[in-house]
Design a protein around this ligand. Structure first.
Ligand SMILES: C[S@@+](CC[C@H](N)C(=O)[O-])C[C@H]1O[C@@H](n2cnc3c(N)ncnc32)[C@H](O)[C@@H]1O
Length: 479
């Protein structure tokens, strides 16, 4: 059995260096040097540059007085009094000469892309000022470090810096009210509760009020997150949706949500199914609304997770009207609606300069009398695309009406079943033949109908079917 080699010790020790007002010498005037300057400027040092030539960006910064150009020739005397030295020329010998001079003066030096003569290296940085995340592989694998940075970057909310700044400003207020032994528990309650979430969406007053509640000894207030989960593919969730899904204490969800999405909700969150199962009735809307209010009043963070976008044929508006009337805090996270998701994955652009200058979303749900309450003169027009949600059951009636209103029988139309999932099927045809094709295909899943000349583009633009089997997980229906 071969022994795993021990990892070599990392010769670099991470520190954060105060550079504000300190002198930094940069030797080099090209793109690499400019990249360093962009990063350095955030820490507000005095940047002095030695270079044969300055590129456009550096020349502009010099003209604005934001960096100082010392001239073309490097001289060791330029290093005296600097806190850092960076060599970023494409002349390896010159870079090494700069490094040797800085080393001799005991001033930290970095040679870009050359760790051997460098006494410091710069990590990959995620900046959420005042918060910073730095990742370093000790010079061993900078590309790996950058990849990690991209992943972590995606996980950290854009407003994290504002949250950190708020916490910094409130330290004295909390210190005035609480002994040291109780402060940490308070901050943890705050960060786990709705206060932090409010700050992350830019609501400083809301965050402040929540902190005050905790200081007054109250339990954290409840909140409802009305979140759009997109049309099926979990990769189409937004960062914010995912973040809130991972914070919820309880989730109320509908039938169309795939288990792959529900699996991303915080593991120990209570799950309440409120959708309609075949041959059963859905939980009535007013009961769902009342349940949201009850749970939030009990101090829970309630996730109301909906397929697609909550404000498009999702009754999300009604749910938050009740919350607003009851004075419950809520936020709405948009999702990719079925029309955008299905059209993209079917290779059907919803608008196109040559074929459709407008796009209309309608529901094909019939009224109690079996009739479709739609504005037909508006819908049966050329130069536009009509997307019909919930139109599977009324498809023959819909297609007949479009032709009765003046569109030709060979007008293109398509039905997309289980769009964006590995089970996606697209049936395209015309107003005349689509209903029969759909009946023959025994379509049963969630389906969207697209009517308009853009459907023809699918022949050229279909991309998803070729990748579906390798790219997507299965999409069994939950509930
Ligand atoms: C009650 S509506 C909800 C729409 C949702 N709020 C949205 O923005 O997509 C449900 C209808 O959306 C359509 N739908 C949702 N997801 C779909 C999918 N993955 N593929 C095809 N149609 C879908 C179907 O017409 C389905 O009957």
């Amino acid at each position: 059995m071969s022994a795993t080699p021990l990892a070599a010790p990392n010769p670099f020790f991470p520190i954060s260096l105060r550079l504000q007002g300190a002198r930094v010498l940069l030797v080099g005037g090209g793109e690499v040097a400019a990249r360093k300057v962009r990063l350095l400027l955030r820490a507000a040092p005095i940047i002095e540059i030695v270079a044969r030539e300055l590129n456009e960006e550096l020349a502009a910064l010099a003209a604005q007085g934001r960096v100082q150009f010392l001239g073309a020739a490097f001289e060791p005397a330029q290093i005296v009094g600097c806190r850092l030295v960076i060599a970023a020329t494409d002349d390896r010998a010159l870079n090494r000469q700069v490094a040797a001079a800085a080393d001799a003066a005991n001033i930290p030096v970095n040679v870009v892309d050359d760790p051997a003569p460098s006494s410091f290296i710069t990590p990959a940085i995620i900046d959420r000022a005042p918060l910073q995340v730095a990742i370093s592989s000790g010079g061993a694998a900078p590309v790996l470090a950058r990849r990690l940075r991209e992943r972590i970057e995606a996980m950290l909310p854009a407003q994290l810096g504002q949250l950190a700044g708020f916490l910094q400003r409130q330290r004295a207020r909390v210190a005035d009210r609480l002994p040291t032994s109780e402060r940490r528990a308070l901050w943890e309650r705050f960060l786990d509760g709705p206060g932090a979430e409010r700050l992350l969406r830019g609501d400083e007053a809301g965050g402040d009020a929540e902190l005050q509640r905790l200081l007054d000894g109250a339990a954290p207030g409840g909140e409802v997150f009305l979140v759009g989960a997109g049309p099926g593919d979990p990769d189409l969730l937004t960062f914010r949706a995912l973040r809130l899904m991972q914070q919820a204490d309880v989730v109320l969800y509908d039938r169309l949500l795939p288990t792959a999405i529900l699996d991303l909700v915080r593991r120990d969150a209570e799950r309440i199914f409120v959708g309609k199962r075949r041959s059963q009735h859905a939980v009535p809307q007013d009961e769902i609304n009342a349940e949201l209010v009850r749970l939030a009043r009990a101090g829970k963070r309630v996730l109301r997770l909906k397929g697609g976008d909550p404000f498009i044929f999702g009754r999300g508006g009604e749910e938050i009207e009740t919350l607003a009337a009851a004075g419950i805090a809520f936020q709405v996270v948009p999702g990719i609606t079925a029309a955008s998701g299905c059209a993209a994955y079917a290779g059907i652009p919803l608008t196109h300069r040559d074929y459709a200058q407008a796009c209309i979303f309608v529901t094909g749900h019939a009224r109690a009398d079996g009739k479709l309450a739609l504005n037909w003169p508006l819908l049966a027009q050329r130069g536009q695309t009509v997307v019909i949600y919930m139109g599977l059951g009324t498809l023959p009636q819909l297609c007949a009406e479009f032709t009765a209103q003046g569109l030709p029988a060979d007008w293109p139309a398509a039905l997309i079943e289980e769009g964006t999932s590995s089970a996606q099927r697209v049936i395209s045809g015309t107003l005349a033949d689509l209903p029969a094709k759909v009946a023959a295909a025994e379509v049963r899943g969630a389906s969207l109908v697209i009517v308009g000349e853009v459907v023809r583009l699918r022949e050229k633009l279909d991309w998803f079917a070729r990748h579906a089997s390798t790219q997507l997980s299965e999409r069994p229906l939950a509930g």
